[in-house]
Design a protein around this ligand. Structure first.
Ligand code: HEM
Length: 141
């Protein structure tokens, strides 16, 4: 997940503007690093530069994938709890993703208000984000 989200979140953060919307982007890469550390995971060397071609028009699609995965996290956080993992150990990123159930509907509102100007580019951004996830999960080093 860190291999997927690390570079993408950095690209997103460089593009999102602070607004007074109900929703704002919260990266979880730091939580993923802490979870890896909790679990004694292998040292992870992040790529220095991101290979993702993200721009403002594609951003809504990338955000859709990043935020949408919090819906699946609702399921995963319960399974992680059965393994003894929590907001303080090993499941910090899942706790962050699931802590506020109002985030998803607030994001959808923001998306509907600002994310529909360039639908084809937005879809490209979502497809690229899914492709980046597939690529990241393929690695086993
Ligand atoms: C690359 C991004 C994503 C990843 C890595 C991801 C990962 C996962 C995983 C591992 C599960 C649990 C599957 C299981 O074991 O049953 C899941 C479930 C789910 N995901 Fe995703 N997901 C992503 C994007 C999205 C998006 C964009 C949405 C919707 C906008 C979404 C909605 C859901 C929902 C609703 C579930 C729960 C399904 C159920 O209750 O059975 N996910 N996801």
């Amino acid at each position: 997940m860190l291999r997927f989200r690390g570079p993408l979140e950095r690209a997103v953060v460089s593009l999102v503007s602070k607004t007074d919307e109900q929703w704002s982007f919260i990266p979880i890469s730091d939580h993923l690093r802490a979870d890896l550390n909790d679990l004694g995971g292998p040292a992870y060397r992040e790529p220095l530069s991101s290979s993702c071609q993200l721009d403002a028009k594609r951003l809504p699609g990338a955000l859709y994938v990043l935020e949408g995965s919090s819906l699946g996290a609702q399921l995963l956080v319960k399974r992680a709890a059965l393994l003894g993992l929590s907001a303080h150990h090993g499941a910090r990123h899942l706790a962050q993703q699931t802590g506020d159930p109002k985030r998803w509907p607030a994001f959808v509102k923001t998306l509907e208000r600002h994310g529909t100007e360039h639908p084809e580019e937005a879809v490209r951004g979502a497809l690229d984000a899914f492709a980046a996830a597939l690529e990241a999960f393929r690695h086993d080093d």
